[in-house]
Design a protein around this ligand. Sequence first.
Ligand SMILES: *Cc1c(COP(=O)(O)O)cnc(C)c1O
Length: 400
Amino acid sequence: MQHLIEIHQAYSANHVAPYPLVISHGKGSYVYDFDGNAYLDLVAGIGVVNMGHSHPHLLAALNHQAQKIAILPRLFHNEPLAKLLQLSCNLTQMDQAIPMNSGAEAVETAIKVARKWAYVEKKVPDNQAEIIACSNSFHGRTITTLGLSANPLYQQYFGPLTPNFLTIPYNDAEALNSAITPHTAAFFVEPIQGEGGVILPSPGYLSACETICKKKNVLFIIDEIQTGIGRTGALLASQYEAIQADGVLLGKALGGGLLPISLFLAKKECLQVLRPGDHGSTFGGNPLAAAVAYETLMLLENQQLCTHAKKMGCYFLQQLNALKSPLVKEVRGKGLMIGIEINNEKIDTQTVFTALVKKGLLSINTRQKVIRLLPPLTINKEEVDHAIDILATVLTTRHS
Ligand SMILES: *Cc1c(COP(=O)(O)O)cnc(C)c1O
C-alpha cells in the first residue's frame, strides 16, 4: 500500500504525521491492513468507537435512517432528534440540549451560552465576561477552543486568541476560588484530562469545584467529550462524584463510531437566555446522526456496557501493574481510559508506540510521555489478555 502513503504525502497538508500503516477495515476490537494483518485497536478512533467497529445494531440504525431521510435542517422537526434530545437529557439529568457535530463546536456553543447567560442573568458589563479553564486541558482546536485549552504547544503561531480566558492549575479547587471575579461566567473542566496524558484529579475535586461555582454564581461546565459514553465505566465520569453540573459536553463516542455528532446539554436556567437565531449549525441535529446517537445510548444502557467497561478496565490496570516494567513510571486510569507513563530516561514513547504496532497493537502516543489506551468498551477478557501479552513483550525487552 506504499502508493497510498505516497499520495497522502503528496496531497495531504503537513499538519499530521501518520504512521506508515494503511488500514482497510475493522470489526469489533480489531482493524485490518490490506494484507489481512490484524491489529488490536486500542485507539478506537481516539475514544470514538466505544461499541467496537461495525456494530450490527448501529449499522442497522444507520441504514434504516439513511433510507428514510438523512439530512433535515432545524427549520423543521424530526423524529430521531426528538428521541435523542429526550433520552440524552434524561440520562444526564439535564433539561435541554443543543446538537452540534464536532466536540470543538459543542464547546464553542457552551462558551456562547455562558457569555450570554453572564450578560443577561448575571448583569456582567458588555464584553467583559470571563471564562476559567485548567492548564494542560484540551477542549478543541478552533481559535476559541484553542485559547480555552491553554496549551502553549498547540497555540504557538495561531494568535491572537479569543480574549478573557483565564487558566488555573488542574486539581486545585482553591485556585478556582481565587480566580473567580464578578465577571466570571463559567468554569470548564474535564473530569479526567485525556489529551493531557490521562490525568486523574483527587477524589472530591469536582464536587469542591461544584460547591465553589454554586456559591459564586458561576456556571460549572463539564467537558465529557472524551470521558463520556461509558469510557470510564459510567455514562459520565462526573457521575462518580454525583455532581450536578450546569452543563455537560458530549461528542466523540456519541456517534457510535459511525458519524460525528456532539451535544451541549444544560439546565434550563442557563439555556433559557437563548432566542431563535442566536445559534445554529447546518448539520447539527440531522436525523441520520441523531438516529445513530440514540441507538448508541440505548446500546450502552441495554447491554450494560458501563459495568463491562468498569470490570475490563480494573482487570486491564491490574495486569498492567503486575508487569512491573522498569520502562514504566506509572500506570493510571479509570474504566477503559488508561495511561501508561513511560520512563523517558530509559525509552521514548515513539519507540514503544512503533514496537507495539509491529506486534499488532495500536495505541496513542500522548504528549511524548504517556501511551494512552482507549479500547472499545466491548473488548473481552481474551482481547485484554492479548493486549497484555504484547505490552509485556514490548515493555520488558531491551530496545536499543
Ligand atoms: C476530543 C476532545 C475535544 C474536541 O473534539 P473534536 O471533535 O476533535 O473537536 C474537546 N474536549 C475534549 C475533552 C476532547 O477529548
